[in-house]
Design a protein around this ligand. Structure first.
Ligand code: GLA
Length: 379
């Protein structure tokens, strides 16, 4: 599709085609920026880039999803307010140049089926896709973790969104039929097989994540404050990753009620991820599901990043036969829920969740039955 559009728009065949997927996080929410653990999977919805080199220093870009074009010079990489969809590409491109990779101009077409602002990391897919596109077009042979870090840097420093590293990591390094267990402190990771008799169901609440960015920043600060206050009791902690449940007892009187709850979410979530990986590897999907449910409760009550819509989707899912676990996924305040469902029950669960959501709130949810897929750098 993207390739054909490239041919149509630029009148020549594309030299390279690169595909970067969106993601869903099975468990480990709001832990990545606390040096913690996450277990995401890349999904079979992606942004595809098609392009070819130019002989000058101009980059011409067409977005199929926005049906808009823009161009910029590699010698003058600025943020563009008018075509803000292009800032992910501009940021990645700027930082590659700054890091000493001498790029050439290019014509690029990109687009895909990762819903935007739905918590499925369409922006990370665009960043990772852009980095992988330059890598492949110019044979840069970039180190995979460098691709991830540079893509995240574009989001943090160019676009100005203070995300952690999970989304870019999984979009680059996901593997078909596997989740990815990542230690966000040292970036060590391993792929964990997902069984074919369970499906990942993603339910899109249709509610845009209005509060997501401002509240995300508040949570980031609260986590830092909690670490500083816990450290002031004499415990040697550099991030919430270092905090044990017993430490929270010790620091109980030092922390305000709200900081205690924020910290308790992160500390308990890290423990849940470790157990979730273990039980997934042992094939105990019932326990895995219970951990997903507990994660949702913790995000709802202690971290306070859920919403009425997400709670209704999750609580409806919990009642369906064959649903092993359900929780909100991503930053929260709207976006999607993730459900692990026995394969034979997936269709019926999807219908029942849509119906329950419509009846409770008068809203329409979209449900995607997803398959864990390869990241942009796989293969
Ligand atoms: C967003 C961020 C990620 C992560 C999640 C919450 O998706 O981009 O880095 O922090 O929220 O787990």
């Amino acid at each position: 599709m993207t390739e054909q559009s490239f041919q149509k728009i630029f009148g020549a065949p594309a030299e390279v085609v690169v595909r970067a997927p969106g993601r869903v996080n099975l468990i480990g929410e709001h832990t990545d920026y606390n040096d913690g653990f996450v277990l995401p999977a890349a999904i079979d919805r992606a942004i595809t880039f098609a392009g070819r080199r130019r002989s000058d220093r101009t980059v011409r870009v067409h977005s199929l999803d926005f049906q808009a074009s823009t161009e910029f010079s590699l010698d003058d990489l600025q943020k563009d307010k008018e075509h803000s969809w292009s800032n992910y590409l501009r940021g990645v491109t700027k930082f590659l140049e700054e890091d000493g990779h001498r790029l050439t101009g290019a014509d690029v077409v990109f687009g895909g089926d990762v819903p935007r602002e739905a918590g499925l990391s369409s922006s990370a897919a665009v960043e990772v896709g852009t980095t992988a596109f330059w890598d492949r077009l110019l044979g840069l042979k970039l180190d995979p973790v460098y691709v991830v870090r540079l893509s995240r840097r574009a989001e943090n420093e160019f676009v100005g969104v203070p995300c952690g590293i999970m989304d870019q990591f999984i979009s680059a390094l996901g593997r078909r039929d596997h989740a990815l267990f990542l230690d966000c402190r040292d970036l060590s990771y391993r792929h964990v097989p997902l069984r074919s008799d369970v499906k990942i169901l993603v339910c899109n609440s249709g509610v845009k994540r209005a509060l997501a960015q401002s509240e995300y920043e508040v949570r980031l600060k609260q986590c830092r404050q909690a670490v500083a206050q816990i450290a002031s009791t004499g415990l040697a902690v550099g991030s919430l990753r270092d905090v044990e449940p017993a430490d929270l007892e010790t620091a109980h009187d030092t922390l305000s009620e709200i900081l205690l709850r924020r910290a308790r979410h992160v500390v308990s979530e890290n423990a849940r991820v470790l157990e979730a990986v273990r039980v997934l590897e042992e094939g105990d999907l019932d326990r895995f599901g219970e951990l997903m449910n507990a994660s949702h409760e913790s995000l709802r009550d202690d971290y306070e990043v859920s919403s009425k819509e997400l709670d209704v989707l999750v609580e409806t899912a919990w009642k369906q036969p064959g649903v092993l676990g359900a929780r909100m996924t991503g930053a929260g305040f709207g976006g999607c829920t993730v459900n692990l469902v026995r394969a034979e029950a997936a269709e019926a669960a999807a219908e029942a969740i849509k119906k329950g959501y419509q009846e409770a709130l008068g809203l329409k949810a979209e449900v995607y039955i997803c398959q864990a897929s390869d990241g942009a750098l796989a293969g």
